[in-house]
Design a protein around this ligand. Sequence first.
Ligand SMILES: Cc1cc2nc3c(=O)[nH]c(=O)nc-3n(C[C@H](O)[C@H](O)[C@H](O)COP(=O)(O)O)c2cc1C
Length: 200
Amino acid sequence: MAAHQEPASSGGGPPRRPRVLLAASGSVATIKFEGLCRSVAEWADVRAVATASALHFIDGASFPDGVPLYTDDDEWSRWRRVGNEVLHIELRRWADALVIAPLSANTLAKVAGGLCDNLLTCVVRAWDYSKPVYVAPAMNTFMWDNPFTARHLAVLRELGMSIVQPVTKRLACGDYGNGAMAEPSEICKTLMLFFGPQHL
Ligand SMILES: Cc1cc2nc3c(=O)[nH]c(=O)nc-3n(C[C@H](O)[C@H](O)[C@H](O)COP(=O)(O)O)c2cc1C
């Protein structure tokens, strides 16, 4: 993978398309990840990362053709010896923005604690915070209301990450309450506002 570094807003010729790294963790809301990838890919170059748990909710066969989906296996199968590319560093270098949607309670806790034991959390741990990170939490209301959630989100805000707030509705488990991931259209709109009309 080539590591492109020129900014999306570089002067001179027309700006290149934004490069958005979309990541999914193990929430049932990952069933909406494919749709989010399709929407963002209409105006940006998209690469995707999924945790091992997220893969339970992704249908590889219907995943958009132009969006490479990277997993923990790719991180290790690509590396054989010193000098080979390290996937999480290449993805971090390539992307103009990182979006974690959905963000599970588990990945939220790991990111807040600086843990990096899979491809997604390694990207975050290596992130250049001059570039934006958006996270869209998604979890059952009991998990959302647990005091750890507010503590962990406070750490993410302190790091400069933006939270796309979850919504209140009937959840996949049948409970009614807050914690459902914001709609992909909302997440896409938030990103489009960041990149601005000149890129769209
Ligand atoms: C069917 C199912 C649905 C789940 N939905 C959620 C969810 O919406 N949010 C969440 O935080 N965890 C959810 N979990 C639990 C996570 O998958 C679990 O904590 C996992 O370790 C997350 O791993 P990851 O953060 O590495 O993706 C669910 C588990 C199952 C079996």
